[in-house]
Design a protein around this ligand. Structure first.
Ligand code: C2O
Length: 482
């Protein structure tokens, strides 16, 4: 059975993909939550909300298995979608629909589509035109999501730093498209690589859609979850396709075969899978209608990306990371902008390095010497419930607002899964999330200006959304040259 996953925004008039998805969901929702092919159980494979007793209970090893902040993020979610698609497709066929039904994808990264940043229309209304229930709708979404407003921040889905990376993975501080390499399976806790597809756009889209989508425990109860992940899975194919000779999946056994995951198949039978079994989607019976490189199209530069000057500095991978600054206490952030001063712990070395950075940057030479990258690390972020996303700024001048200085914005962190990462369980230590941001370019520009304090930097966290979210604790902020 060859299935082709299509862009939901480009389905031709009269296409019935969503009609059948809708009807199948209605059926799956009627199955008891103990049935592994039920809607509720499938969602609980990701997070556990709603299932607390019986075979599908907290002790059920099939539940709460989502792989985040690990290089298993992409393969695990591919397996998860594969079985889900089989289950839905079997129901579609049973209802009299096409045998080759395939999950569509939501391409919020499509800069040529003015509606790409809105929740797709078919998901927004509680009822269908004939008055029957629209199972694609859920009430529990963020403000304006169901109203059809553009809810995703356009800079949160830019791919200009994510897709060009040659590596699938790596060890801190250098990750890759698929995140950081981790020892084994991992759930929620851990370190996120800023330029991984998991951080951007994946985590941002979860938080921007909001409601159930903003929490791993409930995310897969929203039918849009599956179209979001269909797009993330497609971006993996886009990345490989950009350069099949260098954009390679890992070849280590520790990724390919040594770690296995359990699911239920379309018959409800237990199955075990490893990454090596999901590298070729055609062997899984599906493909995407479009895996071309969106960055190759004219006008694909985002406004923010275009506004930032590009530093022409060669980075060295040989320089071992050096800690040059660290806070001594933790900080509480309550949804208001917060300034955090980071003293430089080894100012002389930092100054020496910065001098070299500045000299290299201003020198008019074709091949300046290799320079360290400057990394800002926000460590052990914890919260008791889903939290807001934050923009991170560096050295906003006194008296100015961060919004006046987009060139000083180091990035955005979306804390999808922070509550789970903050609870100590058998699966992780409860030490929260850690996010590393590359601020090399910003550092260069700052250092070229007069009046910067050489003994500290000031980091400002600014909430992305004007909406509710739990306060967070930032365990510490560190600065590295790496
Ligand atoms: Cu396991 Cu989009 O999350």
């Amino acid at each position: 059975m060859a299935r082709v996953r299509h862009n939901v925004a480009k389905l031709p008039a009269g296409d019935q993909t969503l009609y059948w998805y809708n009807r199948a969901i209605g059926q799956l929702q009627q199955r008891p939550s103990t049935d592994p092919t039920s809607w509720e159980y499938q969602a609980a494979v990701h997070g556990k909300a709603g299932i607390n007793e019986g075979p599908g209970s907290q002790q059920d090893p099939f539940l709460g298995q989502c792989q985040h902040s690990t290089w298993f993020f992409l393969p695990w979610h591919r397996m998860y979608l594969y079985y889900f698609e089989q289950i839905v497709a079997a129901e579609v066929a049973k209802l009299g629909g096409p045998a080759d039904w395939a999950l569509p994808y939501w391409n919020y990264c499509d800069t040529s589509d003015p509606d790409a940043l809105k929740l797709p229309e078919a998901f927004r209304n509680p009822t269908l035109p004939d008055g029957s229930t629209n199972y694609l709708y859920v009430e529990d979404r963020g403000p304006n999501t169901n109203e059809g407003a553009p809810i995703i921040q356009s800079d949160a889905v830019a791919l200009d730093k994510v897709l060009p990376q040659p590596g699938f993975s790596g060890t801190w501080p250098k990750g890759g498209f698929g995140g950081f390499q981790t020892d084994g399976a991992n759930h929620d806790g851990g370190t996120f690589y800023q330029d991984s597809v998991e951080s951007q756009p994946h985590n941002h889209v979860h938080v921007d859609v909001g409601g159930w989508m903003g929490d791993p425990d409930t995310a897969a109860l929203d039918p849009i979850f599956w179209l979001h992940h269909s797009n993330i899975d497609r971006l993996w194919e886009v990345w490989r396709n950009i350069d099949p000779t260098t954009h390679l999946n890992p070849s280590d056994q520790s990724w390919l075969n040594n770690v296995t995951f359990q699911f239920h198949d379309v018959e409800g039978q237990a199955v075990t899978m490893s990454s090596s079994q999901v590298l070729d989607t055609t062997k899984l019976g599906y493909s995407y209608d479009d895996v071309s490189n969106p960055l190759a199209q004219p006008g694909a530069d985002t406004a923010l990306g275009a506004a930032l000057p590009k530093a022409e500095v060669r980075m060295s991978d040989a320089i071992p990371p050096e800690l040059v600054g660290a806070t001594e206490t933790s900080f509480e952030v309550h949804g208001e902008p917060v300034d955090i001063n980071v003293p430089l712990t080894s100012p002389s070395s930092a100054r020496a390095n910065l001098t070299a950075l500045g000299a290299a940057n201003s020198a008019d030479t074709e091949t300046p010497p290799p320079q360290p990258r400057v990394l800002l690390q926000l460590e052990n972020l914890t919260a008791s419930a889903p939290a807001r996303s934050y923009y991170v700024y560096v050295n906003v001048p006194p008296g100015a607002t961060p919004e006046q200085h987009p060139e000083l914005r180091a990035g955005r962190i979306s804390l999808f899964g922070i509550a789970q990462a903050s609870r100590a369980t058998s699966q992780h230590a409860g030490s929260g999330q850690t996010h590393t941001l590359d601020i090399t370019d910003i550092y260069h520009r700052l250092f070229q200006q007069a009046g910067q304090d050489p003994d500290r930097i000031r980091v400002t966290l600014v909430p992305v959304h004007d909406r509710a979210g739990a306060p967070i604790t930032v365990g510490g902020v560190k600065l590295f040259f790496a």
